[in-house]
Write a protein that binds this ligand. Sequence first.
Ligand code: HEC
Ligand code: HEC
Length: 184
Amino acid sequence: MHHKRLAGAVALALFLGMGSAWAAKSDSCAHCHGTDGNSSSGQYPNLAGQSKDYLIAQIKAFKEGKRVNNMMSPSVRVLSDQDINDLADYFSSQTMNRGSFKPDPALAAEGKKLAEAAQCVACHQAGFKGLGEFPRLARQKTPYLIKQLKDYRDAARVSEVMGPTAKDLTDAQIEALGHYLGGL
Ligand code: HEC
Ligand code: HEC
């Protein structure tokens, strides 16, 4: 009896200890990305429900300087591989939501046509839900999506796959794609 209680207390202490170590890790991201990985500003991407492999790859890309952003890059410098894995585990297990975003219906319809013609789902998966190295795009922040597509087009973000895909897109087409994907 005594023993059982003690074991219980130890387990609880361990659990609470892990919980707070946890909170401390994702706390440094919450300011921009939201506590559960749903951010409240269009410039900060949602991390909730994003593919775990993709999250790990991007955090490492920022850490190694292969992807650069003044706001984001300083946050990941101190992270260990274990931290990166734990953070990716946590955020990928949350649910991405659309927040209060209301897509422009005409732009979204135009974006849908473009996405179908380009067969984006061949990689990004049905419903743009993402898988493995292919990021989820459904319900991602529209201003963020627009910036990324322009960055790929202008080679400010480098990807062998997305560079050629975005190369010939006009600003208007990119805006339409952003409204379509953000509203899914
Ligand atoms: C000061 C604000 C800020 C903080 C703090 C911050 N980020 Fe970011 N993060 C950003 C911005 C801005 C971007 C988008 C950069 C761009 O436009 O390429 C971003 C992008 C990302 C991406 C890429 C998402 C995608 O869809 O490609 C990941 C992953 C990420 N952050 C993880 C984290 C983690 C994990 C932490 C905490 C350890 C963190 N961030 C802390 C601002 C921040
Ligand atoms: C051949 C596979 C493939 C196709 C087709 C493809 N993508 Fe991608 N996409 C990727 C990969 C891989 C990445 C991650 C690249 C990286 O590491 O930066 C990506 C990243 C992205 C991102 C950045 C997401 C984020 O969270 O930062 C956007 C936006 C995007 N793709 C939009 C599109 C659109 C729109 C289309 C169709 C016009 C499309 N993609 C077609 C493979 C593809």
